[in-house]
Design a protein around this ligand. Sequence first.
Ligand code: NAD
Ligand code: GLY
Length: 365
Amino acid sequence: MPVTVTVALGDRSYPVVLDTSGLTGLAAALSAATPRRRVVLVTEDVVGPLWADAVVAALSGFVVDRVVLPSGEANKGVETWYRCVDAILRLGVDRKTPILALGGGVLGDLVGFAAATVLRGVPFVQLPTTLLAMVDSSVGGKTGMNHDVGKNLIGAFYQPVLVYAALPTLDTLPVAERRAGLGEVVKTALLDPTPGADLLGDVERSADALREGDPNATARIVGACVAIKAAIVAADEREAGQRAWLNAGHTVGHGLETAAGYGVLRHGDAVGLGLVLETEWAVRAGLCADAALPERLRGLLLRLGLPSEVPSLDRRVVVDAMRADKKTDGASIKIPVPARVGQMTLVDVPVAHLDALLGASLGSG
Ligand code: NAD
Ligand code: GLY
Protein backbone atom coordinates (compact mmCIF):
# COMPACT_ATOMS: atom_id res chain seq x y z
CA MET A 1 0.00 0.00 0.00
CA PRO A 2 1.39 3.43 -0.90
CA VAL A 3 2.10 5.77 2.02
CA THR A 4 0.88 9.36 1.69
CA VAL A 5 2.36 12.36 3.49
CA THR A 6 0.51 15.67 3.15
CA VAL A 7 2.25 18.99 2.75
CA ALA A 8 -0.30 21.13 4.58
CA LEU A 9 -0.50 24.52 2.91
CA GLY A 10 -4.20 25.34 3.12
CA ASP A 11 -5.85 25.30 -0.29
CA ARG A 12 -2.43 24.56 -1.86
CA SER A 13 -1.94 21.40 0.22
CA TYR A 14 -0.77 18.37 -1.73
CA PRO A 15 0.02 14.69 -1.21
CA VAL A 16 3.44 13.10 -1.44
CA VAL A 17 2.73 9.48 -2.37
CA LEU A 18 5.49 6.96 -1.63
CA ASP A 19 4.74 3.82 -3.63
CA THR A 20 7.00 0.84 -2.99
CA SER A 21 5.20 -1.25 -5.61
CA GLY A 22 5.65 1.08 -8.59
CA LEU A 23 3.31 3.27 -10.58
CA THR A 24 0.01 1.44 -10.18
CA GLY A 25 -1.61 4.22 -8.12
CA LEU A 26 -0.39 7.08 -10.32
CA ALA A 27 -3.50 7.48 -12.50
CA ALA A 28 -5.80 7.63 -9.47
CA ALA A 29 -3.53 10.09 -7.65
CA LEU A 30 -3.32 12.30 -10.74
CA SER A 31 -7.08 12.16 -11.26
CA ALA A 32 -7.53 13.35 -7.68
CA ALA A 33 -5.07 16.20 -8.25
CA THR A 34 -6.44 17.51 -11.55
CA PRO A 35 -9.65 17.17 -13.59
CA ARG A 36 -7.64 17.33 -16.84
CA ARG A 37 -7.07 14.22 -18.96
CA ARG A 38 -4.38 15.73 -21.15
CA VAL A 39 -0.92 16.18 -19.58
CA VAL A 40 2.63 16.99 -20.68
CA LEU A 41 5.31 14.60 -19.44
CA VAL A 42 8.73 16.25 -19.35
CA THR A 43 11.73 14.03 -18.72
CA GLU A 44 15.43 13.92 -19.60
CA ASP A 45 17.54 11.80 -21.91
CA VAL A 46 18.73 9.27 -19.28
CA VAL A 47 15.50 8.75 -17.33
CA GLY A 48 13.17 8.99 -20.33
CA PRO A 49 14.31 5.79 -22.09
CA LEU A 50 14.17 3.92 -18.76
CA TRP A 51 10.86 5.06 -17.28
CA ALA A 52 8.73 7.26 -19.57
CA ASP A 53 6.95 4.33 -21.26
CA ALA A 54 6.06 2.85 -17.86
CA VAL A 55 4.63 6.21 -16.75
CA VAL A 56 2.59 6.58 -19.95
CA ALA A 57 1.34 3.00 -19.56
CA ALA A 58 0.33 3.72 -15.96
CA LEU A 59 -1.61 6.78 -17.11
CA SER A 60 -4.30 4.90 -18.98
CA GLY A 61 -7.19 7.24 -19.74
CA PHE A 62 -4.82 10.21 -20.09
CA VAL A 63 -3.49 11.75 -23.29
CA VAL A 64 0.23 12.29 -22.73
CA ASP A 65 2.50 14.58 -24.77
CA ARG A 66 6.21 14.05 -24.19
CA VAL A 67 9.16 16.45 -23.98
CA VAL A 68 12.74 15.23 -23.49
CA LEU A 69 15.50 17.54 -22.20
CA PRO A 70 19.25 17.04 -21.79
CA SER A 71 20.20 15.55 -18.40
CA GLY A 72 22.75 16.62 -15.83
CA GLU A 73 23.63 19.54 -13.57
CA ALA A 74 25.54 21.24 -16.39
CA ASN A 75 22.22 21.50 -18.27
CA LYS A 76 20.30 23.07 -15.37
CA GLY A 77 20.40 26.50 -16.94
CA VAL A 78 18.56 29.03 -19.01
CA GLU A 79 19.05 27.23 -22.36
CA THR A 80 17.34 24.07 -21.11
CA TRP A 81 14.61 26.10 -19.38
CA TYR A 82 13.99 27.85 -22.73
CA ARG A 83 13.87 24.51 -24.57
CA CYS A 84 11.36 23.29 -22.01
CA VAL A 85 8.98 26.27 -22.15
CA ASP A 86 9.32 26.46 -25.93
CA ALA A 87 8.30 22.81 -26.30
CA ILE A 88 5.43 23.16 -23.82
CA LEU A 89 4.05 26.29 -25.52
CA ARG A 90 4.30 24.72 -28.98
CA LEU A 91 2.14 21.83 -27.72
CA GLY A 92 -0.65 24.37 -27.22
CA VAL A 93 -1.23 24.06 -23.47
CA ASP A 94 -3.63 26.18 -21.43
CA ARG A 95 -3.44 27.34 -17.81
CA LYS A 96 -4.92 24.11 -16.45
CA THR A 97 -2.73 21.64 -18.39
CA PRO A 98 -0.61 19.69 -15.85
CA ILE A 99 3.13 19.42 -16.46
CA LEU A 100 4.69 16.22 -15.07
CA ALA A 101 8.43 16.21 -14.28
CA LEU A 102 9.94 12.71 -14.44
CA GLY A 103 13.54 12.69 -13.22
CA GLY A 104 15.94 13.67 -10.47
CA GLY A 105 16.45 16.97 -8.69
CA VAL A 106 17.94 18.70 -11.73
CA LEU A 107 14.97 17.93 -13.98
CA GLY A 108 12.43 18.55 -11.19
CA ASP A 109 13.85 21.96 -10.24
CA LEU A 110 14.07 23.07 -13.87
CA VAL A 111 10.66 21.82 -14.99
CA GLY A 112 9.12 23.25 -11.83
CA PHE A 113 10.47 26.65 -12.83
CA ALA A 114 9.13 26.14 -16.35
CA ALA A 115 5.70 25.26 -14.90
CA ALA A 116 5.88 28.38 -12.71
CA THR A 117 6.63 30.62 -15.68
CA VAL A 118 4.60 29.17 -18.58
CA LEU A 119 1.36 31.20 -18.80
CA ARG A 120 2.34 32.57 -15.32
CA GLY A 121 1.84 29.12 -13.83
CA VAL A 122 0.37 25.77 -14.80
CA PRO A 123 -0.25 22.77 -12.48
CA PHE A 124 2.95 20.91 -11.72
CA VAL A 125 3.50 17.27 -10.72
CA GLN A 126 6.79 15.81 -9.47
CA LEU A 127 7.67 12.21 -10.35
CA PRO A 128 11.08 11.93 -8.61
CA THR A 129 13.41 9.15 -9.78
CA THR A 130 16.49 9.73 -7.59
CA LEU A 131 16.86 9.21 -3.87
CA LEU A 132 17.84 12.86 -3.50
CA ALA A 133 14.71 14.02 -5.29
CA MET A 134 12.49 11.70 -3.24
CA VAL A 135 13.86 12.75 0.16
CA ASP A 136 14.26 16.44 -0.57
CA SER A 137 13.98 18.31 -3.86
CA SER A 138 10.55 17.13 -5.04
CA VAL A 139 8.91 18.32 -1.81
CA GLY A 140 8.51 21.96 -0.83
CA GLY A 141 8.24 23.93 -4.05
CA LYS A 142 11.73 25.33 -4.52
CA THR A 143 12.24 25.45 -8.27
CA GLY A 144 14.98 26.97 -10.36
CA MET A 145 18.23 26.74 -12.21
CA ASN A 146 21.91 27.61 -12.03
CA HIS A 147 23.83 30.62 -13.29
CA ASP A 148 27.59 30.81 -13.91
CA VAL A 149 27.81 33.00 -10.78
CA GLY A 150 26.26 30.38 -8.51
CA LYS A 151 23.87 27.48 -7.89
CA ASN A 152 20.10 27.92 -8.10
CA LEU A 153 20.34 31.72 -8.39
CA ILE A 154 17.30 31.92 -10.70
CA GLY A 155 14.03 30.44 -9.52
CA ALA A 156 10.68 30.66 -7.77
CA PHE A 157 8.75 29.09 -4.95
CA TYR A 158 6.12 27.07 -6.80
CA GLN A 159 4.39 24.14 -5.12
CA PRO A 160 3.44 21.00 -7.03
CA VAL A 161 -0.14 19.67 -6.89
CA LEU A 162 1.16 16.11 -6.45
CA VAL A 163 4.43 14.30 -5.75
CA TYR A 164 4.41 10.62 -6.70
CA ALA A 165 7.57 8.74 -5.79
CA ALA A 166 7.65 5.23 -7.25
CA LEU A 167 10.50 3.69 -5.27
CA PRO A 168 11.26 0.93 -7.84
CA THR A 169 12.54 3.68 -10.20
CA LEU A 170 15.59 3.72 -7.91
CA ASP A 171 16.47 0.23 -9.22
CA THR A 172 18.08 1.77 -12.32
CA LEU A 173 19.82 4.62 -10.50
CA PRO A 174 23.64 4.29 -10.59
CA VAL A 175 25.05 3.37 -7.18
CA ALA A 176 27.07 6.60 -6.83
CA GLU A 177 23.95 8.70 -7.54
CA ARG A 178 21.92 6.75 -4.98
CA ARG A 179 24.61 7.18 -2.36
CA ALA A 180 24.87 10.92 -3.13
CA GLY A 181 21.19 11.18 -2.15
CA LEU A 182 22.19 9.94 1.29
CA GLY A 183 24.02 13.29 1.77
CA GLU A 184 20.61 15.00 2.02
CA VAL A 185 19.39 12.15 4.23
CA VAL A 186 22.24 12.81 6.70
CA LYS A 187 21.37 16.54 6.60
CA THR A 188 17.71 15.83 7.40
CA ALA A 189 18.66 13.38 10.15
CA LEU A 190 21.05 15.92 11.69
CA LEU A 191 18.42 18.66 11.91
CA ASP A 192 15.33 16.53 12.61
CA PRO A 193 13.50 18.62 15.23
CA THR A 194 10.95 15.90 16.10
CA PRO A 195 10.94 15.55 19.93
CA GLY A 196 12.26 12.16 21.03
CA ALA A 197 13.21 11.08 17.49
CA ASP A 198 16.65 9.72 16.67
CA LEU A 199 16.80 9.68 12.88
CA LEU A 200 20.57 10.19 12.90
CA GLY A 201 20.97 7.12 15.11
CA ASP A 202 18.58 5.22 12.86
CA VAL A 203 20.61 6.16 9.76
CA GLU A 204 23.79 5.08 11.56
CA ARG A 205 22.28 1.73 12.56
CA SER A 206 21.00 1.22 8.98
CA ALA A 207 24.12 2.56 7.27
CA ASP A 208 25.19 -0.73 5.68
CA ALA A 209 21.69 -1.46 4.38
CA LEU A 210 21.32 2.10 3.04
CA ARG A 211 24.74 2.00 1.36
CA GLU A 212 23.78 -1.24 -0.38
CA GLY A 213 20.35 0.09 -1.40
CA ASP A 214 18.22 -2.27 0.68
CA PRO A 215 14.65 -1.43 -0.42
CA ASN A 216 13.06 -1.71 3.04
CA ALA A 217 15.62 0.49 4.78
CA THR A 218 15.48 2.94 1.87
CA ALA A 219 11.68 3.18 1.91
CA ARG A 220 11.64 3.71 5.69
CA ILE A 221 14.22 6.50 5.52
CA VAL A 222 12.51 8.17 2.53
CA GLY A 223 9.26 8.20 4.54
CA ALA A 224 10.98 9.72 7.57
CA CYS A 225 12.74 12.43 5.55
CA VAL A 226 9.59 13.36 3.61
CA ALA A 227 7.59 13.66 6.84
CA ILE A 228 10.22 15.97 8.35
CA LYS A 229 10.46 18.13 5.23
CA ALA A 230 6.68 18.30 4.81
CA ALA A 231 6.28 19.53 8.41
CA ILE A 232 9.00 22.17 8.04
CA VAL A 233 7.63 23.44 4.71
CA ALA A 234 4.07 23.57 6.10
CA ALA A 235 5.30 25.68 9.02
CA ASP A 236 7.58 27.97 6.98
CA GLU A 237 6.94 27.80 3.25
CA ARG A 238 8.97 30.89 2.28
CA GLU A 239 11.99 30.29 4.54
CA ALA A 240 11.33 33.02 7.07
CA GLY A 241 12.62 30.80 9.88
CA GLN A 242 13.00 27.07 10.39
CA ARG A 243 13.05 26.16 6.68
CA ALA A 244 16.50 27.77 6.57
CA TRP A 245 17.67 24.74 8.62
CA LEU A 246 17.30 22.72 5.41
CA ASN A 247 20.19 24.72 3.96
CA ALA A 248 22.64 23.04 6.35
CA GLY A 249 25.80 22.07 4.52
CA HIS A 250 24.73 24.04 1.46
CA THR A 251 26.85 27.22 1.73
CA VAL A 252 30.09 25.24 1.61
CA GLY A 253 28.44 22.54 -0.54
CA HIS A 254 27.30 24.99 -3.21
CA GLY A 255 30.73 26.66 -3.11
CA LEU A 256 32.47 23.32 -3.75
CA GLU A 257 29.96 22.33 -6.44
CA THR A 258 30.22 25.62 -8.31
CA ALA A 259 34.03 25.75 -8.02
CA ALA A 260 34.38 22.18 -9.31
CA GLY A 261 32.16 23.01 -12.32
CA TYR A 262 28.51 21.96 -12.50
CA GLY A 263 28.20 18.20 -12.88
CA VAL A 264 31.71 17.39 -11.59
CA LEU A 265 30.92 17.04 -7.88
CA ARG A 266 27.47 15.55 -7.16
CA HIS A 267 25.14 17.83 -5.19
CA GLY A 268 24.52 15.25 -2.44
CA ASP A 269 28.25 14.53 -2.11
CA ALA A 270 28.95 18.28 -1.84
CA VAL A 271 26.24 18.71 0.81
CA GLY A 272 27.74 15.86 2.86
CA LEU A 273 31.18 17.52 2.79
CA GLY A 274 29.56 20.88 3.54
CA LEU A 275 27.90 19.40 6.64
CA VAL A 276 31.23 18.20 8.01
CA LEU A 277 33.11 21.47 7.31
CA GLU A 278 30.30 23.71 8.60
CA THR A 279 29.96 21.58 11.76
CA GLU A 280 33.72 21.67 12.34
CA TRP A 281 33.54 25.45 12.05
CA ALA A 282 30.60 25.58 14.48
CA VAL A 283 32.65 23.62 17.03
CA ARG A 284 35.68 25.92 16.54
CA ALA A 285 33.43 28.99 16.87
CA GLY A 286 31.91 27.69 20.12
CA LEU A 287 28.44 27.39 18.53
CA CYS A 288 28.25 23.60 18.73
CA ALA A 289 28.76 21.99 22.12
CA ASP A 290 29.08 18.49 20.67
CA ALA A 291 32.79 18.39 19.79
CA ALA A 292 32.50 14.80 18.54
CA LEU A 293 29.79 15.64 15.99
CA PRO A 294 32.05 16.46 12.99
CA GLU A 295 33.86 13.11 13.28
CA ARG A 296 30.51 11.35 13.80
CA LEU A 297 29.24 12.88 10.53
CA ARG A 298 32.49 12.15 8.65
CA GLY A 299 32.40 8.53 9.82
CA LEU A 300 28.77 8.18 8.76
CA LEU A 301 29.46 9.56 5.28
CA LEU A 302 32.30 7.08 4.94
CA ARG A 303 30.05 4.16 5.96
CA LEU A 304 27.35 5.33 3.55
CA GLY A 305 29.87 5.33 0.71
CA LEU A 306 29.99 9.10 0.21
CA PRO A 307 33.20 11.11 -0.14
CA SER A 308 34.41 12.29 3.27
CA GLU A 309 37.45 14.23 2.05
CA VAL A 310 37.25 17.56 0.21
CA PRO A 311 38.45 17.35 -3.42
CA SER A 312 41.39 19.48 -4.46
CA LEU A 313 39.99 22.85 -5.56
CA ASP A 314 41.22 26.45 -5.60
CA ARG A 315 40.27 27.83 -2.19
CA ARG A 316 39.69 31.36 -3.52
CA VAL A 317 37.33 30.10 -6.23
CA VAL A 318 35.35 28.15 -3.60
CA VAL A 319 35.09 31.22 -1.33
CA ASP A 320 34.01 33.42 -4.28
CA ALA A 321 31.29 30.91 -5.13
CA MET A 322 30.17 30.83 -1.47
CA ARG A 323 29.84 34.65 -1.57
CA ALA A 324 27.32 34.32 -4.40
CA ASP A 325 24.96 32.37 -2.09
CA LYS A 326 21.40 33.64 -2.53
CA LYS A 327 20.96 33.83 1.23
CA THR A 328 23.33 36.81 1.44
CA ASP A 329 22.25 40.36 2.21
CA GLY A 330 25.51 41.60 0.70
CA ALA A 331 27.38 41.90 4.01
CA SER A 332 26.72 38.49 5.57
CA ILE A 333 25.14 35.08 4.91
CA LYS A 334 22.74 33.30 7.25
CA ILE A 335 24.15 29.82 7.75
CA PRO A 336 22.41 27.10 9.78
CA VAL A 337 24.85 25.14 11.94
CA PRO A 338 24.10 22.49 14.55
CA ALA A 339 24.14 23.55 18.20
CA ARG A 340 23.57 19.83 18.73
CA VAL A 341 21.74 17.06 16.88
CA GLY A 342 18.16 18.25 16.30
CA GLN A 343 18.84 21.90 17.09
CA MET A 344 20.26 24.28 14.48
CA THR A 345 21.39 27.86 15.04
CA LEU A 346 21.17 30.44 12.27
CA VAL A 347 24.40 32.41 12.26
CA ASP A 348 25.12 35.61 10.34
CA VAL A 349 28.58 35.01 8.91
CA PRO A 350 30.17 38.15 7.41
CA VAL A 351 31.11 37.48 3.76
CA ALA A 352 34.65 38.58 4.62
CA HIS A 353 34.88 35.64 7.08
CA LEU A 354 33.50 32.88 4.83
CA ASP A 355 36.99 31.52 4.28
CA ALA A 356 36.98 30.35 7.92
CA LEU A 357 34.28 27.78 7.11
CA LEU A 358 36.77 25.83 5.00
CA GLY A 359 39.10 25.40 7.98
CA ALA A 360 42.32 23.62 7.11
CA SER A 361 40.86 21.96 4.00
CA LEU A 362 42.04 23.23 0.59
CA GLY A 363 45.27 24.64 1.99
CA SER A 364 45.50 27.61 4.33
CA GLY A 365 43.26 30.66 3.95
P1 NAD B 1 20.15 14.54 -11.17
O1 NAD B 1 18.76 14.95 -11.38
O2 NAD B 1 21.19 15.12 -12.06
O3 NAD B 1 20.22 12.94 -11.25
C1 NAD B 1 21.46 12.31 -11.09
C2 NAD B 1 21.79 11.42 -12.30
O4 NAD B 1 20.98 10.26 -12.26
C3 NAD B 1 21.53 12.06 -13.66
O5 NAD B 1 22.53 11.61 -14.55
C4 NAD B 1 20.18 11.47 -14.08
O6 NAD B 1 20.04 11.43 -15.48
C5 NAD B 1 20.27 10.10 -13.49
N1 NAD B 1 19.00 9.47 -13.12
C6 NAD B 1 17.97 10.04 -12.46
N2 NAD B 1 17.05 9.13 -12.14
C7 NAD B 1 17.50 7.96 -12.62
C8 NAD B 1 17.00 6.62 -12.58
N3 NAD B 1 15.89 6.31 -11.91
N4 NAD B 1 17.72 5.67 -13.21
C9 NAD B 1 18.88 5.96 -13.83
N5 NAD B 1 19.43 7.18 -13.87
C10 NAD B 1 18.73 8.17 -13.26
O7 NAD B 1 20.63 14.84 -9.66
P2 NAD B 1 19.90 14.74 -8.25
O8 NAD B 1 20.97 14.32 -7.32
O9 NAD B 1 18.66 13.99 -8.31
O10 NAD B 1 19.50 16.25 -7.96
C11 NAD B 1 20.46 17.25 -7.72
C12 NAD B 1 19.79 18.61 -7.89
O11 NAD B 1 18.75 18.77 -6.94
C13 NAD B 1 20.72 19.79 -7.71
O12 NAD B 1 20.62 20.64 -8.83
C14 NAD B 1 20.21 20.49 -6.48
O13 NAD B 1 20.40 21.88 -6.52
C15 NAD B 1 18.76 20.12 -6.49
N6 NAD B 1 18.10 20.18 -5.18
C16 NAD B 1 16.96 20.91 -5.06
C17 NAD B 1 16.28 20.95 -3.86
C18 NAD B 1 14.98 21.69 -3.77
O14 NAD B 1 14.47 21.86 -2.65
N7 NAD B 1 14.41 22.11 -4.88
C19 NAD B 1 16.77 20.25 -2.76
C20 NAD B 1 17.93 19.51 -2.90
C21 NAD B 1 18.60 19.48 -4.11
N1 GLY C 1 16.36 21.97 0.08
C1 GLY C 1 16.10 23.13 0.91
C2 GLY C 1 14.67 23.51 0.97
O1 GLY C 1 13.84 22.91 0.31
O2 GLY C 1 14.33 24.45 1.64
